[in-house]
Design a binder for this molecule. Structure first.
Ligand code: GLU
Length: 312
């Protein structure tokens, strides 16, 4: 594979929580144990949710734990800029390329229409788009275009896309049946995560993506985009999610487990020890630094199932 290039690509839409940190630590350990290059990219595409202060805090929280990066946010490097909000022109080029292939169409469906026309529901709570706007006659498109700003969808083929995840094993999805045509640009003009993440990982020559298992379902869509854009896909490692004792996935709303609260309760070494224990790298949670862990990191020890954490 050549030199390993991994990344952490957080969305600065709030303070990081334990689950984000768990993925970040694993991505970092994978890169550092292989002597590779770590990239930090801010996925701040959504102006309604992301804020500069969160990005600054996020970088500070990573450093506090002992995670560093060689290229990216605040550091620069050969593939910048490293904040997605500064890369809109590049996504526009990718979008035009797909449009030039005749694969993009405007979708005028409202949220309510989308829900009504979309079934069945996928396991991740998203809906399968039924393709209502795919075949709209031109007159109807121009009539609706005067009433609403459309979102833009990418036409998907009736094709199975398979890949082998380093942790989750063989995965497969039929894009048309399991997902449907998906949005690559929202009606407010913001490019969608799927397009931006593929473009960026491709352009930044990332060859290993470590991230939460909640994004496993996005991977077939992303592989389709890699192919269309002529980019080389990375190896994927979808790590387990951390769950609260009641079975809910930790989220940024889970204030009690955000970095602010965690930093008051634990030293960086104590917190790293807990994360490393959950990641199967230690027999019991004992204080350790990320750098020490990197000397003896093994993917084979990382569990594949979600992990219930109880911090009392
Ligand atoms: N920005 C995404 C998030 O914070 C992660 C994207 C990725 O790792 O592919 O959920």
């Amino acid at each position: 594979m050549g030199e390993l290039r991994g990344r952490f690509a957080p969305s600065p839409s709030g303070r990081m929580h334990l689950g984000n940190l768990f993925s970040a630590l694993l991505a970092w350990l994978s890169v550092r144990s292989a002597g590779g290059t770590m990239v930090l990219r801010m996925e701040d595409l959504d102006p309604d949710r992301c804020r500069k202060e969160y990005a600054v805090q996020l970088a500070e929280d990573l450093r506090w734990l002992g995670l560093d990066w060689d290229e990216g946010y605040e550091k620069g490097g050969p593939h910048g800029p490293y904040s997605q909000s500064e890369r809109t022109g590049l996504y526009a080029d990718a979008f035009r390329k797909l449009d030039g292939m005749g694969l993009i169409y405007p979708c005028f469906c409202t949220r309510a229409e989308r829900l009504a026309a979309s079934a069945p529901h996928r396991s991740d709570g998203q809906t399968v788009y039924g393709g209502k706007c795919r075949y709209l006659p031109d007159e109807e498109r121009s009539r609706l275009g005067k009433l609403r700003r459309p979102a833009w969808r990418l036409t998907v083929p009736d094709q199975d896309i398979g890949f082998t995840d380093k942790l989750q094993g063989a995965c497969q999805e039929n894009l048309l049946r399991d997902c449907g045509d998906f949005i690559v640009r929202r009606s407010d003009g913001v490019y969608a995560y799927q397009l931006a993440v593929v473009y960026d990982d491709g352009a930044m020559k990332i060859n290993q993506v470590v991230r939460g298992r909640d994004l496993l379902d996005s991977t077939p869509r992303q592989l389709y985009l890699y192919e269309l854009l002529g980019l080389t896909p990375p190896e994927f490692c979808h790590v387990p999610l951390l769950l609260a004792p009641d079975g809910r996935r930790l989220s940024k709303r889970e204030q009690d487990l955000d970095m602010g609260a965690l930093r008051q309760r634990f030293t960086p070494e104590q917190l790293t020890g807990l994360l490393a224990f959950w990641a199967g790298q230690l027999d019991r949670p004992e204080p350790v630094s990320p750098a020490e862990l990197a000397m003896d990191f093994h993917w084979a020890k990382v569990p594949t199932e979600d992990i219930t954490v109880n911090l009392g």
